[in-house]
Design a protein around this ligand. Structure first.
Ligand code: TMP
Length: 204
């Protein structure tokens, strides 16, 4: 059987990636592709428990503890959802993955970038996305979209989110073949068309 594809969506909170993932999923399904949607944290099953802790626990969470919880969630998502679907020839669309750890826990929280990258590889067993799309947006606009009801991560402040944003852009520079940056201030339709073109270039 043909190998499928693993595509990840990334960006700071409020960047619009989840809306775009849904639009791409609908498009691909209409075109006859078999598509599996998953997310980190919070994939179906155990992932939902990790998400609850990571986003809503209201006590102290150390930066290293936070990192390992995201990584544990990632290992479970890769082993139980992503790898099986890709090996069955499906297209897996994943809302956040390894680059979230590097951008948020590395660039954002200030943990060692290379160590986070190594831990990502441990969590995924070495599997890498075929394509990653980063939705880039200024922090003022993205925080407006997030609104007042912020979860634990969204409460990290503008300086943190500026580091996250710059971290994503730096990662895209380091891996231009895998990581494509899309301007997420454009209209939803324009962004969708760009995403479609990037993905079709991979599938063809
Ligand atoms: P989201 O599902 O609404 O995008 O929220 C997930 C939050 O978790 C978001 O603030 C980014 C954060 N996150 C990390 O800090 N590190 C990670 O590795 C992942 C997957 C998410």
């Amino acid at each position: 059987m043909n190998k499928g594809y693993f595509i990840t969506f990334e960006g700071a909170d409020g960047c619009g990636k989840t809306t775009q993932l849904e639009l791409l999923k609908n498009y691909l399904v209409n075109e006859g592709f078999e598509v599996v949607v998953t997310r980190e944290p919070g994939a179906k099953g155990l992932g939902e428990k990790f998400r609850e802790i990571l986003l809503n626990y209201d006590g102290v969470v150390s930066d290293r503890c936070e990192s390992f919880l995201f990584l544990a969630d990632r290992a479970q998502n890769i082993d139980t959802i992503v790898k099986p679907a890709v090996s069955e020839g499906k297209i897996v669309l994943c809302d956040r993955h390894i680059d979230s750890s590097t951008a948020y826990q590395g660039y954002g929280r200030g943990l060692d970038i290379q160590q986070i990258k190594n831990l990502n590889l441990l969590a995924t067993g070495g599997m890498l996305p075929d394509l990653t799309i980063v939705f880039d947006i200024d922090i003022e606009t993205s925080m407006q979209r997030v609104g007042k009801n912020k979860d634990r991560m969204e409460n990290s402040g503008n300086e943190f989110f500026n580091r996250v944003r710059n971290g994503y852009l730096e990662l895209a520079k380091q891996e231009p073949d895998r990581i494509k940056v899309v301007d997420s201030t454009a209209s939803i339709d324009d962004i969708h068309n760009k995403v479609k073109n990037i993905v079709l270039a991979l599938l063809n």
